[in-house]
Structures are given as C-alpha cells and as structure tokens.
Design a binder for this molecule. Structure first.
Ligand SMILES: Cc1cc2nc3c(=O)[nH]c(=O)nc-3n(C[C@H](O)[C@H](O)[C@H](O)COP(=O)(O)OP(=O)(O)OC[C@H]3O[C@@H](n4cnc5c(N)ncnc54)[C@H](O)[C@@H]3O)c2cc1C
Length: 338
C-alpha cells in the first residue's frame, strides 16, 4: 500500500480540473483498508473517498487523504428460481458491470447503461436513468467502517434510498467505504421501455423481439447523442437535481407558466425538470470565465475552456439565484462540491 504525496487528481475528476491531493492511496482489498485506518496519515488527516470523480467538483486542492477503493471482480454468488445474485467490487467500472450482465441476459440494470463511474459510488446517490434506479435491483452492499473498523453489511432497505439520495449522503457520509455491491437480477428480464425515447429508438432497430441488449444499445445511442462525453469536454452530468415541490406551488406557478412540465410524486408532490427551469431563464450556452451551461443540455455545466472549480460554482450560483427569484424554487446540486 503506497501513499503518494501531492498527487494530481486531474484524471480523477471528469471536470478535468487541475487539482491535487495532499495524500492519495489506492486500496485493492479489505485488508488494506484495515491497515490504512491504523496509519498516522489516516488518523491525522481529513479524508475523501473517490471513484472516478464523475460526481465531484473540486474548488481547490484537497488538503488531506484521498482514498480510491479499487476492489475488483464480478461474480454470480447465488441463484434462486427467478434471480441471479451478482456481486461486484467497488472499483469495477459501472458500465463494465452493466455490459457483462446484459451479455449474460441478467435483467435489471440495462436502463442504467453508460452512466459513468464505479460500482462503489453507485449506491451513494442511488444512480438513476430512464425510469430505473439502482435501488430497484440492489440486494445488499458490503462496506468497511472507517470509524470503528470492521465490515458491515447493509440490506437495500437499510440504505434509505431516495431520489439521488441514500444514507451515505446523510448520517453516514464519509463514514464507510463501500467495498462490494450485490445485485438481484432477473432470469426472465422484462423490458422497461416507456421512458423517454427508448421505444422510438428501439423501433428503428426493427427487431421483432427486442432483448435487454437492444434496450441497452438504444439507451447508449440516446445518451451519446444527448450528453457531452467527459473525455472530450469536462462535465459531471446533471449538475442539479430536479426539484420536488408541493402540488400547490406548481398550481400557483402554472398561472404564469402554463407550459411548465411536471411529474407526479407521492403525497401531493411533483417533480419539475430543472433543465426546463434553467432553459426558461435563458441560461443555455451562458459562460462565466471558462465555465459554461451546455447549449443543448442546460442541466449540464461544462468546463469549456480552462475553468477552475470556483468558476463552475459561481455559474451554478447565478443559476440558483435566478431560479429562486423567478420561481421561488431552490435548485439543489446533485454534484458534490469539495
Ligand atoms: C456524462 C455524465 C453522465 C451522468 N449521468 C448520470 C445519470 O444518468 N444518472 C446518475 O445517477 N448519475 C449520472 N452521472 C453522475 C455519476 O456518473 C454518478 O454519480 C456515479 O455514480 C459517480 O461515480 P464515481 O465513481 O465517479 O464517483 P465519485 O464522483 O468519485 O464519487 C461520488 C460520491 O461517492 C463517494 N464514493 C465514491 N466511491 C465510494 C466508495 N467506494 N465508498 C463510499 N463512498 C464512495 C464519494 O466520496 C462521493 O461522495 C453522470 C455523470 C457524467 C459525467
């Protein structure tokens, strides 16, 4: 286990920001985690766990220890009449897990195709896309307790999953390293094609009986057309969460904005697409220093030209302020700002 000093994080954040960590360590086993937490550097420094940095915005160098959990492996650990139970290490690339499950015809996570990042980070914000969330197929996860030492298992219901939310963003924030995640995947997959343009793109494939591989291909196609590739242009996907507001507020707003879209939520709440709000305030393409609002996807902030983290935060605050003034809605960031 090597601990590096003044380690560049430029390749470990998809905004491509040129920041460093005072210390950096990559761990490939639970034993190494146990060893790390006894070390002086862990005991004396702040720490941050990182995957691929596709949901993190650094506003400055990290003055502490950055820990990358790089436990690998994808295995079927159990099966019953209807399901395969697949265990994947925290360091596995999410898309590699999706592709191997799709190839084996294990159904459940195909709608989450092409989401960047690692398996270990996926439960943190309960990743979601195209009508599916991680919580729909996650059985349990294994984690290591950084405060008290020792392994702990969390069942799905113990993770308090919500919309882009979990216990690991709240009371257990930075307290556990997720080491492995177990998924319950269907032996007889049912296709989930109602959301967005999936069905439309599937139709163009002209397949009589589409499979989860076709659904995955359709989603990859849609995402590649829609979202900027972080390898070419720095970004972290959706910068803000879609706000969930009381139905009464929507009704009041509809008097001034009759075309405001919304999606019903439990208990008289509605979700309003943040992209619509941002677009309505004419932010598409707006720049601040090197930071910009993507000109097609206003929910995505980009590092257009050598922006630093502060520039991106400043732009995000301009958006939040305007949306608050215009609609009385506070946009929460989905990206973790450090
Ligand atoms: C182009 C693009 C598109 C995206 N599309 C989507 C989308 O459709 N849906 C969606 O939900 N997200 C999306 N995202 C966001 C991102 O892909 C996810 O949040 C992903 O799960 C982050 O993985 P990561 O490994 O990069 O985590 P990081 O960004 O490195 O970390 C994210 C958080 O998880 C914590 N963390 C990381 N690993 C561990 C671990 N092993 N144990 C404990 N804590 C850990 C970190 O401390 C941090 O708080 C997108 C991002 C980009 C760049």
């Amino acid at each position: 286990m090597d601990i590096f000093n003044d380690y560049s994080l430029q390749k470990l954040n998809t905004f491509g920001l040129n920041v460093t960590a005072k210390h950096f360590v990559e761990l490939s086993s639970v034993e190494q985690i146990a060893e790390l937490i006894k070390s002086n550097v862990f005991q004396n420094e702040d720490h941050l766990i990182i995957g691929d940095g596709s949901n993190i915005l650094f506003t400055k160098d990290f003055n502490g220890l950055v820990i990358k959990a790089n436990i690998t492996g994808i295995h079927v650990v159990k099966e019953d009449k209807n399901s395969f139970f697949v265990k994947a290490g925290a360091g596995v690339e999410w898309q590699d897990l999706v592709m191997s499950c799709v190839k084996a015809n294990f159904g459940g996570i195909e709608n989450l195709s092409l989401i960047p990042g690692t398996v270990g980070a996926a439960p943190i914000q309960n990743i979601g896309a195209y009508g599916v969330e991680l919580k729909n197929s996650m059985e349990a996860l294994e984690a290591y307790d950084l405060q008290n030492g020792g392994k702990r298992y969390f069942l799905n219901r113990e993770c308090n999953f919500g919309y882009r939310d979990s216990i690991f963003k709240n009371e257990l924030k930075d307290k556990f390293i997720i080491t492995n995640v177990v998924f319950r995947l269907s032996k007889i997959p049912t296709l989930n094609t109602e959301y967005g343009k999936i069905q439309e793109v599937l139709n163009t494939f002209e397949k009589k009986d589409p499979t989860i591989q076709d659904v995955s291909n359709a989603i990859v196609k849609i995402r590649q057309e829609k979202l900027p590739d972080p390898k070419k242009i720095g970004n972290a996907g959706s910068f803000f969460k879609n706000p969930i507001v009381p139905y009464e507020l929507l009704n009041a707003l509809k008097k001034s904005f009759p075309d405001m879209p919304s999606f019903d939520q439990p208990e008289n709440y509605v979700k309003i697409p943040a992209a619509w709000l941002i677009d309505k305030c004419n932010f598409k393409g707006m720049t601040y220093n090197g930071a910009a609002v993507h000109s097609d996807q206003p929910l995505v902030l980009i590092n257009k030209e050598n922006a630093n983290g502060q520039d991106i935060v400043h732009l995000s605050q301009l958006i939040q302020q305007k949306i608050k003034n215009e609609f009385g809605i506070l946009l929460e960031t989905e990206v973790r700002i450090i």
